[in-house]
Structures are given as structure tokens and as C-alpha cells.
Design a protein around this ligand. Structure first.
Ligand code: PMP
Length: 344
């Protein structure tokens, strides 16, 4: 038989089919079996590769997107990176309106990937003309032949995970999953994955991770938007100051809130205990697991799958930087002593 070169045509065929990795040390005192779906293994290093590819290919199939068109999106960084990556391969222009809360690394990465980036103030309301939502809408209206992905209000965001993440987890756990724990931002990941899993087994419990300073948990409990819940926080990509239609609140059993500080420390702990260098929201998801376990959510037979959305390299100037941690007040003198930290 003739030897054939085994190569991928381009990076896009590497999207999805991420590994499920057992957590061992960090969960050693916790009841249940814990498995992380590590989305950093996507070529764009986050779960957003899935929605970028899926939504763009759906737009192509429906004739909405034609060669040379412009793709516009609002993004905390990861979705932008993924859209820029897919745009390069498929030959589209990419314009991104991003929040000023996004790390400098993320913004530089988007530019490296050929995107045109507009940085918009983070702490203005969603309907303020300066917000990244409004800037994206305006650009979409102004640029002929542009497509606005609009991940917060696009049903295809849910569909991407229904078609990929859900079936992968079902298959990887041989249907033995009892709990799904996932961060909620747009809500696409948790809603699409849960929709598939609940169709297979309605008893699987679905738990969303939310941030203090976000409206999601309260909205889930009361079905009312409470602006008093909203205040600035540091975790990027988790929680929201509006109600995204890409979140299917009916499929989520409950939300657990986590703090900026505990999530940052838990992300660092994941690196030290499991060798998993993952992002801030992965720390948030792991922190949520710890709190849920303490509250008696799991037992010895539980098979819990947690989704870790992105890679740690995107947070080198934030949670993996000791000076940043200290500036946030996340290191008390005791922690600094343990880690022998000198602040310069
Ligand atoms: N973590 C990170 C780092 C993200 O960028 C996002 C997306 N905003 C999420 C978690 C949440 O995922 P989703 O938008 O699918 O709810």
C-alpha cells in the first residue's frame, strides 16, 4: 500500500473533539468523579472555535455570506480570535468591537490574526452608543455586505454546541454523566450542550456558573431583570449585564456564583495540581464545583463534567501575574509569605 502524507488541509479540521480529562488531586477530598472538557485543545485555544466555524458555515450554506464579505462581532476576545482565524482560512474581512476590560494580550492577538479592532468602554450600559454592542450594530449598518454574528442573540450559538460539544460529552462519558457544570456568558455552551444531554437523559443536572456583579442567577430565579445585581467585576467572559437569548434558562437547573478572587486562586491551583494551564473562567468553573460539593450537591456515584473554556496563556498579564494579583488585593500577606513573593 502506498504511504500517504497524513496532514490536515488547514487548522479548521482540528476544531472540536477536545479531550475529556479526569481531575485527580484538586478533587481528592471531594465526593464524586470529576472530568474536565478542556476546550484549550481547540486550535484557537478556546470553545469559541466551535461557534465561529459553525455560524460562518451556516451563513455560507444559507447564502448570507459571500466571498470577500466582512464579518463583524462583539467579543471579550475568544470569539474574536476564533472568527479571525476562520476568516483567514475562508477569506473574509473581520472587524471586532471589544470591551476595554479585555486583556492587552487578547487585543494584540486579535490584531495578529488580521482583525480590525475597536476597543469600547466596558462600564457603560448595553444600550449606550459607546458600548460594544452598539458600535458593532452601527458598523454592520454602515458596511455593505457585512454579517453580524451577534453571539448573544444568535440561536446558532446554541446549535453549535448541540451539534458538537453535547454529543462529544455523551460519547466520552458513555452516557454515564450525572452533572454538567459550565460557565455562562452568552449561554451558548451550557444551553446547547445541555439540550443534547437532556434529550438523552433528562435526569442530568445542569448547573451554570455566574459571576457576582452579573444578572443571570437572579434572572433565572425570578424571571425579572434586576439592574441592582450589576456592578463591575474582573472575570472576562463570565456572567452578563443583559439577558442573552442564546441562554435557554429553562434547561438550566440552577446557577452558582463565584468571586473574582477565589476563581483566580483556583485557576492557579489547577495548574499546580493537575498540570492544566487554563483560563480565568476555568478557575471560576472549578471554584463553582468546590462550592457545590461543599453544599452537598454531589455524592460518590456522581460523574460530573465541567467545561474549561480556554487556555491560560491569555491571562499572563492578569491572574498568572503576581503583581496583578497583588494589585487586586488577591494576595494577603500570608499567601505572599507561602509563595515567597517579592513585589517589584
Ligand atoms: N469563558 C470564556 C473565557 C469566554 O470567553 C466565554 C464566552 N463569553 C465563556 C466562558 C462563556 O461561554 P458562553 O458564551 O458559551 O456562555
Amino acid at each position: 500500500m502506498k504511504d500517504e502524507i497524513k496532514a490536515h488541509d488547514n487548522v479548521l479540521s482540528l476544531i472540536g473533539n477536545t479531550p475529556l480529562i479526569k481531575l485527580n488531586k484538586i478533587t481528592s477530598k471531594m465526593k464524586g468523579n470529576y472530568f474536565a472538557k478542556v476546550e484549550a485543545f481547540n486550535p484557537g485555544h478556546s470553545t469559541k472555535d466551535r461557534i465561529a466555524l459553525y455560524i460562518i458555515e451556516q451563513a455560507e450554506k444559507r447564502g448570507i455570506l459571500k466571498p470577500g464579505d466582512t464579518i463583524i462581532e462583539t467579543t471579550s476576545g475568544n470569539t474574536g480570535f476564533s472568527i479571525a482565524m476562520v476568516s483567514i482560512i475562508k477569506g473574509y474581512e473581520c472587524i471586532l468591537a471589544v470591551s476595554s476590560k479585555s486583556s492587552a494580550d487578547k487585543i494584540d492577538m486579535l490584531k495578529t490574526m488580521g482583525a480590525k479592532v475597536y476597543v469600547c468602554p466596558a462600564h457603560v450600559s448595553a444600550d449606550d452608543p459607546r458600548s460594544y454592542y452598539e458600535v458593532a450594530k452601527r458598523l454592520h449598518n454602515e458596511i455593505k455586505g457585512s454579517v453580524y454574528i451577534n453571539q448573544y442573540f444568535n440561536e446558532l450559538n446554541i446549535d453549535a454546541h448541540y451539534q458538537t460539544t453535547g454529543p462529544e460529552i455523551w460519547e466520552q462519558t458513555a452516557g454515564k454523566i450525572t452533572h454538567l457544570v459550565a460557565c455562562s456568558g452568552t449561554g451558548g455552551t451550557i444551553s446547547g450542550t445541555a439540550r443534547f444531554l437532556k434529550e438523552k437523559n433528562p435526569n442530568i443536572k445542569i448547573i451554570g456558573i455566574d459571576a457576582y456583579g452579573s444578572v443571570l442567577q437572579k434572572y433565572h430565579q425570578t424571571k425579572e431583570f434586576d439592574a441592582n445585581e450589576i456592578y463591575p467585576y474582573r472575570i472576562e467572559g463570565l456572567g452578563k449585564n443583559l439577558i442573552p437569548t442564546a441562554t435557554d434558562f429553562n434547561i438550566i437547573d440552577k446557577f452558582e456564583k463565584v468571586t473574582d478572587e477565589s476563581s483566580a486562586h483556583t485557576a492557579r491551583e489547577l495548574a499546580k495540581t493537575e498540570g492544566l494551564f487554563v483560563g480565568y473562567t476555568s478557575g471560576a468553573a472549578m471554584q463553582g464545583l468546590k462550592q457545590l460539593e461543599e453544599d452537598g450537591e454531589f455524592n460518590e456515584t456522581s460523574n460530573i463534567v465541567v467545561i474549561f473554556p480556554d487556555h491560560g496563556s491569555r491571562y499572563m498579564s492578569k491572574i498568572y501575574n503576581d503583581n496583578w494579583m497583588n494589585q487586586q488585593g488577591f494576595f494577603d500577606s500570608e499567601t505572599a509569605e507561602i509563595h515567597k513573593i517579592e513585589f517589584i
